[in-house]
Design a protein around this ligand. Structure first.
Ligand SMILES: Cc1cc2nc3c(=O)[nH]c(=O)nc-3n(C[C@H](O)[C@H](O)[C@H](O)COP(=O)(O)O)c2cc1C
Length: 382
């Protein structure tokens, strides 16, 4: 049950959680979560593209139950889903990342902790979910290295390097709202940063701008390049995942660089406005990678059927972003658990109806995608 001022309501689809979160959150926090960059065309396109993918169900399979369980990079999962890294979760609920990590643990899915979490990685990993740590590239390399060591020491199972944020996209809603963090919400993993504590840049109003955007520009090094992957590789034995790969040429280069997995992602429509939908980029990346490492996808996943579509298009799993925050906003740990359990129920149902006994048969389903939804291969390597 997702609770709200008007009482508790059952959750029949993720849209119910979205509406409950909208009612629960102050408008500027809602906008921070919900918004995309620029005209939000990529944000909308992510949904349109997923809606246009059609699955071809198999008949007379004798399948009475779809087994969603599997593993992601060695982490056992009840379904091939990870909670996407999302910054500052205490904005939506006082228990923030701890509540969402607990929900992930009870649902048996991976929790990816953002470097910009409002709880420390030690506290989050202490919850006991299968935890991966997401890194942005800090201007200060020593501090990047220190964070990698902290993630390792606290038991994280993988490092996820986000590669689509040389700077933050222009999130116009946040700019119009002059969005700032309240002093109760800080970048808990960066306590020594002058930009992270209460009263810092992220908390000081920037007229006509977003304080979070200014803080990000201060903290992150925009010049991350392929050469830097080697630097990370030399410093950790953890599996390395690149998040934000869209072009098959980059996917190929990532495999050559020895990454362990990649996430096809346009950051939920929050970075390059006009970027193609992730699910559109997925097929050509899968084709290029050709089984050499797992390919995950995110941006716009809103149901178990969407998860099945991603699997049928060749993904090994998906990341789910905003829906998890909607559950957290509407009902704390229980609300987030409900969202994750609903996704499981829906995926199991969709697999059974499509005649898929397990994840490998889901990967063999035929999909039909209207012309133009599959990415044209026209780029050249920069
Ligand atoms: C509020 C919010 C904060 C986010 N913070 C991060 C972050 O710190 N690191 C990161 O790699 N991605 C971040 N993302 C992007 C998500 O990891 C993910 O790519 C995206 O939300 C997926 O799209 P979806 O929300 O439509 O599921 C954030 C997304 C949202 C909505």
């Amino acid at each position: 049950m997702i609770s709200s001022a008007s009482g508790s309501r059952a959750l029949f689809d993720i849209g119910d959680a979205e509406r409950a979160a909208f009612r629960a959150l102050p408008r500027h926090v809602w906008d921070f979560i919900d918004g995309g960059s620029g005209s939000e065309s990529t944000l909308r396109a992510n949904r349109t593209a997923l809606d246009q993918v059609c699955l071809t169900p198999r008949a007379l399979t004798g399948v009475t139950h779809g087994d969603c369980a599997g593993e992601l990079l060695g982490s056992p999962v009840s379904m091939p889903v990870a909670v996407a890294p999302m910054a500052y979760q205490r904005l939506v609920h006082p228990d923030g990342e701890l509540a969402l990590a607990r929900a992930a643990r009870s649902a048996g899915v991976v929790f990816i902790a953002s470097m910009l979490s409002s709880r420390t990685i030690e506290a989050i990993a202490g919850v006991g979910a299968e935890t991966w740590f997401q890194l942005y590239w800090l201007r200060d390399r020593d501090r990047t290295e220190e964070l990698i060591k902290r993630a390792e020491a606290s038991g994280c199972r993988a490092l996820v390097l986000t590669v689509d944020v040389p700077r933050m996209g222009r999130r116009l809603r946040d700019m119009r709202n002059a969005f700032t963090l309240p002093n109760t919400v800080t970048a808990a993993n960066l306590p020594e940063s002058p930009a992270a504590g209460p009263g810092s840049t992220a908390h000081r109003e920037q007229p006509g701008g977003s304080a979070v955007m200014v803080h990000t520009a201060e903290a992150l090094d925009p010049a991350l390049s392929w050469a830097d992957l080697e630097w990370i590789r030399d410093r950790t034995g953890l599996p390395l995942v690149l998040k934000g790969i869209m072009d098959p040429a980059d996917a190929s280069r990532a495999v050559d660089a020895g990454v362990d997995a990649m996430v096809v992602s346009n950051h939920g429509g929050r970075q390059l406005d006009g970027a193609l939908p992730s699910v559109t980029a997925l097929s050509s990346v899968v084709r290029e990678v050709s089984g050499r490492c797992p390919v995950l996808v995110d941006s716009g996943i809103r149901s178990g059927t969407d998860v099945l579509k991603a699997l049928a298009l060749g993904a090994s799993g998906v990341l789910v972003g905003r829906p998890a925050l909607w559950g957290l906003a509407a009902g704390g740990r229980d609300g987030a658990s409900e969202v994750l359990h609903l996704l499981h129920t829906e995926l199991e149902q969709a697999m059974t109806l499509a005649g898929c006994a397990d994840l490998s048969s889901a990967g063999r389903l035929t999909t039909t995608v209207p012309a133009g939804v599959l990415a044209a291969r026209t780029g050249t390597t920069p």
